[in-house]
Design a protein around this ligand. Structure first.
Ligand SMILES: Cc1ncc(COP(=O)(O)O)c(C=O)c1O
Length: 468
């Protein structure tokens, strides 16, 4: 599949405007040298570009960029269906799907704002301005507010008995930024990295844009096949393994404790950094999830990304990156280049809210509300006369649904959209663009009534497609 990675790499460079319409692409020999791959691999990538209408050939001259090749990304003004078909054609681009307005929004993995503590937060905003009257006139350090970093260290100690110094914490603007910074400091073009299949698709977009070679690791309700992971670490020497082991997006699966310990051992043995993205840790339904992999790390091979964006206050965009100095220091340097620090005002508001008792009360209520929504979605899916399957998520925001062969995801997607229902087609979450028979349905954004009606309508559409 290496040629597919080279293909993605070229597309990314076209999208960045490095090669425009009718520009000559580098010769096969030059690109093979630049990317440190075989010439045949580049040739196959060029042939695929030609086949997909992205490049054309001039006899005895080489490959050239097709005029429409770089214009596939939908801009915000496209008709919904145009944006959808672009999103379907593109390798990924979750953001294109999120641009589509729909009455039954099952595509965006965010929490209904009505379930978040808006009024209470606005009280905190006032309070914080009273405590720090010069807040708006002050920069944060690139690493983040010291008071917040100290508090987060105490939080880790209290919950997981991890002892960390504030110097080993970086505050970023959401985990999206943390993923981007990780990619920037670790990836050189065509470096191998391990990613779950499927995974959080925006992370795939980031790593692709940074030129990584994505090596898939299958994830199932039981976790990973650790023998396969070990083999990949041994053979591919990946720079890191990006993982979302707790209430995984999109599947909702959670890695069991024994695998967590073993993975950290593998990371140490093969010197492969584990990027543990833990955006949903607190959103559990029946029982608390196993401890983060980070708690088993004694040698500094795990970087722990803990976003509080999803369930505290998405508008504040706060994520903490925990890791040992050799990794945190370059990340701070990259953060300084990116934006010189997350706004101090959002960090302080988050700190004071996070310290309050109301935060825990909010979480308890939120878990119940989300569990009810999950149950409604599952109830409606189960009631439909369609042989779709899923593993019930024990936390998180999504159901990962396998469609029967009689209901192709692409047809379901297009038909659903006409009826104002959106979801994420599975191939978008797959580093290899397969998983065509899976879709991700998010149950946390729409209200209970909409959930009933939306899933019933989705089932009706699926039934009609099935009968064709
Ligand atoms: C696994 C995962 N990581 C990171 C993010 C980005 O979250 P944030 O809002 O913190 O940038 C998301 C958002 O859906 C996610 O699902």
């Amino acid at each position: 599949m290496l040629f597919r990675q080279v293909y993605d790499h070229i597309i990314t460079r076209m999208e960045r405007g490095e090669w425009n319409a009718h520009d000559k692409l580098p010769s096969i020999r030059c690109l093979a040298l630049e990317l440190r791959v075989n010439r045949l691999t580049v040739l196959k990538a060029y042939q695929l570009l030609k086949q997909n209408g992205k490049a054309y050939v001039k006899e005895k001259s080489g490959y050239y960029v097709c005029p429409e090749a770089g214009s596939q990304v939908a801009d915000g003004h496209d008709e919904p269906l145009t944006a959808v078909s672009s999103a379907m054609q593109l390798n990924s681009k979750l953001s294109d799907i999120h641009k589509i307005t729909a009455s039954y929004q099952f595509s965006q993995a965010v929490i209904d704002p009505n379930l978040l503590p808006n009024l209470f937060l606005s009280e905190y905003v006032k309070k914080v301005f009273d405590i720090y009257p010069k807040l708006m006139g002050t920069y944060s350090t690139p690493q983040g507010d010291e008071e917040l970093r100290e508090f987060l260290c105490q939080y880790l100690k209290r919950h997981f008995r991890i002892h960390l110094q504030p110097s080993e914490v970086l505050i970023t603007t959401g985990s999206q930024q943390a993923i981007d910074l990780v990619g920037r400091i670790f990836i050189r073009p065509l470096d191998a990295i391990l990613v779950e299949q499927p995974t959080y698709s925006a992370a795939l977009d980031i790593f692709r844009a940074q030129g990584a070679r994505l090596i898939p690791v299958a994830i199932s309700p039981e976790g990973y096949d650790l023998d396969a992971v070990e083999m990949l670490m041994k053979q591919q020497r990946p720079r890191f393994f990006y993982m979302n082991p707790t209430f995984h997006n999109p599947t909702g699966y959670t890695l069991p404790t024994n695998q967590r310990k073993q993975l950290v051992e593998l990371a140490e043995r093969y010197r492969c950094v584990l990027i543990e993205d833990d955006a949903f840790y607190d959103i559990y339904f029946d029982e608390r999830p196993p401890q983060p992999l980070f708690t088993y790390d004694t040698e500094g091979w795990v970087v722990y990304l803990r976003s509080f964006s999803k369930y505290v206050a998405p508008g504040l965009r706060i994520c903490a990156v925990f890791g040992r100095k050799p990794v945190i220091d370059p990340l701070i340097a990259a953060k300084a280049l990116a934006d010189n620090g997350t706004p101090l005002v959002t960090q302080k508001i988050f700190l004071h809210y996070f310290q309050s008792e109301r935060m825990q009360q909010h979480l308890e209520k939120l878990r119940i509300a989300l569990q009810i929504r999950r149950d409604i979605m599952e109830g409606e899916l189960a009631a439909a006369p369609i042989d779709w399957r899923w593993t019930s998520p024990k936390g998180g925001l999504n159901i990962w649904l396998q469609l029967p062969d009689t209901v192709p995801a692409a047809a379901l997607f297009h038909e659903s959209l006409r009826q104002s229902i959106s979801f994420v087609p599975g191939h978008i979450c797959d580093p290899l663009h397969d998983m065509q028979s899976w879709i991700r349905l998010c149950y946390s954004l729409v209200n209970e009534e909409q959930l009933h009606v939306g899933v019933q309508r989705l089932a009706d559409i699926a039934q009609r497609i099935q009968k064709r």
